[in-house]
Design a protein around this ligand. Structure first.
Ligand code: NDP
Length: 263
């Protein structure tokens, strides 16, 4: 960051939260803390739950024009009366550091992109750091959300994996998971994938974050039983979550660099 400052490049992130969802508050606080830690200027807009879609879009448009803001993050989910797609579409693609805008989604599909969505990008970093060669590997992604499952599958495909995408209508999920060399679970069901479902030596990447009634945080994979068979497994908390935040920081810095005419 100091180097960027020396070059006259400032980096700013606007974080917008609507309502008082406790999980969203935790995520927003972590993102703001990460900004502070690495020296990114951040602004928080905490709006009341009754905020209208028009008011929210009005704010997004203002942030699009704001010179000291390079990234706009609208924390999802939004209250039911607000159409998330309309809000995402209002964010300038150049400031869309979550990479949810259709322009950025299209670029990812083609494989020529500026930003990657933070969670799948974080997973790819973990895979790269672990020196896992994906070419020809059987990869199974469980979950097909626009935020995680779909872009995750595309990024694995770009690395020449053979990718299978599973969802709630998939028949015989354990059998599909069993053939995976690498499985990414992004479902939102506590400890759904158990050790008996995975192949010996598989890599398990657990995106899920679930809070149990006893307040304990667990993933979508049953850590203890999967650990027995997996070559590697990401823990929850502490695995994919921090990587997601790191990628948000990376995207915000990239946005500032692009604005300054740098790659
Ligand atoms: P969504 O609810 O948007 O999507 C869940 C997906 O799981 C859907 O595609 C759904 O299928 C599928 N699914 C549901 N039940 C089953 C089942 N029994 N068998 C197979 N597939 C099933 O969730 P997200 O993608 O937004 O998030 C998934 C998890 O990841 C959550 O726990 C979330 O908290 C966590 N998360 C973590 C992040 C991090 O930074 N670590 C970031 C974002 C999310 P269908 O499409 O058919 O309904």
């Amino acid at each position: 960051m100091a180097k960027l400052k020396d070059e006259g490049i400032s980096v700013g992130l606007a974080v917008v939260i609507v309502g008082d969802d406790p999980a969203s508050r935790v995520y927003v606080n972590s993102k703001k803390r990460a900004c502070e830690e690495i020296g990114i200027y951040s602004e928080e807009y905490a709006l009341k739950g009754e905020t209208t879609q028009e008011e929210l879009i009005e704010l997004v448009k203002k942030l699009n024009e704001k010179d000291d803001i390079n990234g706009i993050l609208v924390q999802l989910p939004l209250p039911r009366h607000i159409d998330e797609e309309a809000v995402i579409n209002a964010i300038s693609p150049e400031k869309d550091v979550d990479a949810f805008h259709p322009v950025n989604v299209g670029k990812i599909m083609i494989g020529n992109y500026d930003f990657l969505p933070c969670t799948p990008a974080g997973v790819m970093e973990l895979i790269a750091e672990s020196e896992i060669d994906l070419a020809g590997k059987e990869c199974v992604v469980v979950g097909r959300s626009n935020i995680v499952g779909k872009p995750m599958s595309m990024l694995l495909l770009h690395k020449n994996a053979t990718v299978t995408i599973c969802h709630s209508k998939t028949k015989n999920l354990p059998k599909v998971i069993k053939r995976a060399d690498l499985v990414v679970v992004a479902v939102g069901r506590p400890e759904m994938v158990t050790g008996d479902m995975i192949k010996e030596g598989a890599v398990v990447i657990d995106v899920g974050i679930n809070r149990l009634e006893n307040k304990k945080l667990v993933g979508d994979a049953h850590f203890e039983s999967c650990k027995e068979k997996a070559a590697a497994i990401t823990p929850v908390p502490g695995g994919v979550g921090p990587m997601t935040i790191a990628m948000l920081m990376k995207n915000t810095v990239k946005s500032a660099k692009l604005k300054a005419g740098r790659k």
